[in-house]
Write a protein that binds this ligand. Structure first.
Ligand code: AMP
Length: 532
């Protein structure tokens, strides 16, 4: 890099990474209100909050979300293991060995890589093949030569050495370290982590079902657009229930009660998210539901669809928004006509349960989830003001998932709310974040050393009593202080000068009308309490 370019690089302003963004006050106040409301509403339904790690083993997501899905195959943020990082770092150093001062960087990098490779080979963390042994031996030689070179301090770039480094590059490229693929990833969704936590913490031993929710950021390397980010936030809730032995034995039919119970759980989960949206006064809320059958009936339906479409993943076609495909889709067989007896009974029960709860919905036979272990209930909720990305919540039943992750047979139903979109919809439909803005109630306009000590004490007591107070850290002329109080949106200015301090009578100015009154400290607290 030239000196000029380096200077420019130094002065460069940093920006949030593509697809990520800052959420600033006063908008954060609205986020807090949404989350607070979720805490309150979910608690009334008996849900407890779970806080999960943001990184998990990549394999967990590959299994839970599906290795072949876009989310896992293209959009995950993964962390490669140490060897992969060292390998890349060493190759990068080769590109930079264009000057004698750089040789030590390469020498160090290569030495560390060789050391780690030897360890990995000895512990069979990488394939113990002849080729690997040979490559590592060769790299070790180059590493030792490079260290000698570095110590001699007389190295000049030359053709001979360029070739030498290129050999190292080729050798590094030939390393077989595929067993050490990416090992952990930022979570793209919460269900997998919740299921992992359920198994790891033996939650099947708790009274069932276990009702959990989780609020936090998710990461998907998607193409950013309005309502779609690479770091976004979800409010996720799941009901998990270890299956009793007699049910697990396959006697689903015997337990027709189970169907009714599951349907009630599904409906209650949907009722819960609708209650939250209602409390938040979310506008234009539309709930769409569907049943996608189960292991029993869905394969037959998919076969039918396949016959119609002769495409690889016929279920995905149902999701198509392409105008040209709509006519074809309208004529396709519908899953509702092909549900098995149990699924049909369950779906009918879900609808009955929703009616009982006064939850309004419409049916959308094209609402699907692509993964095999999803079954029966699926639902999606849309809201106003979001353009094409108008889904604020998606959910469904996934009775097969826990077993796929090595857990006991467990039923599951859950949903994920897109919090960014929820907030966007609230803002677009007139929920001013300013309404929840934390303006100080009271601005302390103080003058003089003595008054400052009093002002600090007053601020402490007022804040302890719960009043938002702004205490300027430096003395200001009263005129300026009052102007500042106005700008910040304070309702009152507490004026503390020498007179006030010596008399113990403080002046409170109401900024809206300019009126003033005198109070002792206890009277002031009483007066402010009445004002709120
Ligand atoms: P999913 O986990 O894909 O079922 O998504 C559940 C909800 O999360 C969706 O209905 C969206 O509201 C939200 N969501 C999913 N992906 C994104 C994203 N990239 N940016 C913002 N919100 C998202």
């Amino acid at each position: 890099m030239s000196e000029g370019a380096a200077k420019k690089e130094e002065r460069r302003k940093f920006q949030a990474i593509k697809g990520t963004r800052d959420i600033l006050p006063p908008e954060t106040a609205l986020w807090n209100r949404v989350e607070q409301t979720a805490h309150e509403v979910f608690a009334t339904f008996g849900f407890g909050e779970i806080r999960l790690p943001i990184i998990e083993e990549t394999e967990l997501f590959a299994r839970a979300v599906g290795g072949e899905t876009d989310i896992v195959s293209k959009e995950m943020y993964g962390f490669p293991k140490k060897l992969e990082i060292l390998r890349r770092a060493t190759t990068d150093q080769i590109d930079r060995v264009d000057h004698p001062s750089k040789i030590h960087m390469f020498a160090q990098s290569l030495a560390i890589l060789v050391l780690n490779l030897e360890q990995a080979l000895n512990s069979s963390a990488i394939p113990t093949t002849e080729s690997n042994r040979h490559v590592i031996e060769q790299l070790k030689k180059i590493s030792e030569q490079t260290i000698v070179l570095w110590r001699s301090l007389s190295w000049e770039p030359s053709r001979e050495w360029t070739e030498h480094f290129e050999t190292a590059r080729k050798l590094i490229k030939n390393l077989q370290i595929e067993r050490l693929e990416e090992s952990s990833s930022l979570r793209p969704e919460a269900t997998a982590g919740i299921c992992r936590a359920y198994i790891e913490n033996n939650m099947q031993q708790l009274p069932q079902p276990v009702k959990l929710y989780c609020i936090g950021p998710m990461f998907r390397r998607e193409r950013p657009q309005k309502g779609r980010y690479r770091q976004f936030y979800q409010i996720d809730a799941e009901v998990l229930e270890a299956v009793r032995k007699e049910v697990a034995s396959g006697e689903w039919r015997v337990a027709s009660k189970e169907l009714a119970k599951d349907a009630a759980v599904d409906a209650e989960v949907i009722e819960m998210v609708m209650t939250l949206f209602d409390k938040l006064e979310l506008q234009g809320v539309q709930l769409a539901i569907n049943s996608i059958g189960d292991r029993n009936c869905r394969p037959k339906y998919v076969e039918l669809l396949r016959a119609e479409l002769s495409k690889t993943n016929p279920l995905r076609v149902l999701d198509s928004k392409l105008e040209s495909e709509q006519k074809i889709i309208e004529k396709l067989p519908r899953i509702g006509d092909h549900l098995c007896e149990d699924c049909a009974a369950h779906y009918a029960a879900v609808k009955r349960e929703l009616d009982l709860r006064g939850v309004k919905y419409h049916e959308n036979w094209r609402l699907v989830r692509g993964l095999d272990y999803y079954m029966r209930t699926t639902f999606e909720i849309t809201a106003k003001g979001l353009g094409s990305q108008n889904a604020v919540c998606g959910g469904g039943r996934y009775d097969g998932l826990m077993e796929l992750l090595g857990g006991p047979p467990t039923k599951g139903i859950g949903f994920a709310i897109g919090e960014d979109r929820l907030i966007l919809s609230l803002l677009e439909t007139g929920h001013s974040p300013l309404a929840t803005r934390h303006s100080p109630l009271l601005y302390i306009a103080w003058m003089g050393e003595k008054a400052y000590a009093t002002a600090i004490r007053a601020a402490k007591n007022l804040r302890n009593a719960g009043f938002p107070v702004e205490l300027p850290p430096v003395e200001q002329k009263f005129g300026k202080a009052l102007g500042q109080a106005d700008k910040l949106g304070a309702r009152f200015a507490l004026i503390l000068g020498d007179n006030e301090v010596s008399s113990g009578e403080w002046t409170l100015k109401t900024l809206a009308d300019g009126s003033q009154a005198k109070f002792t400290e206890p009277d002031l607290l009483e007066h402010l309490k009445k004002q709120l």
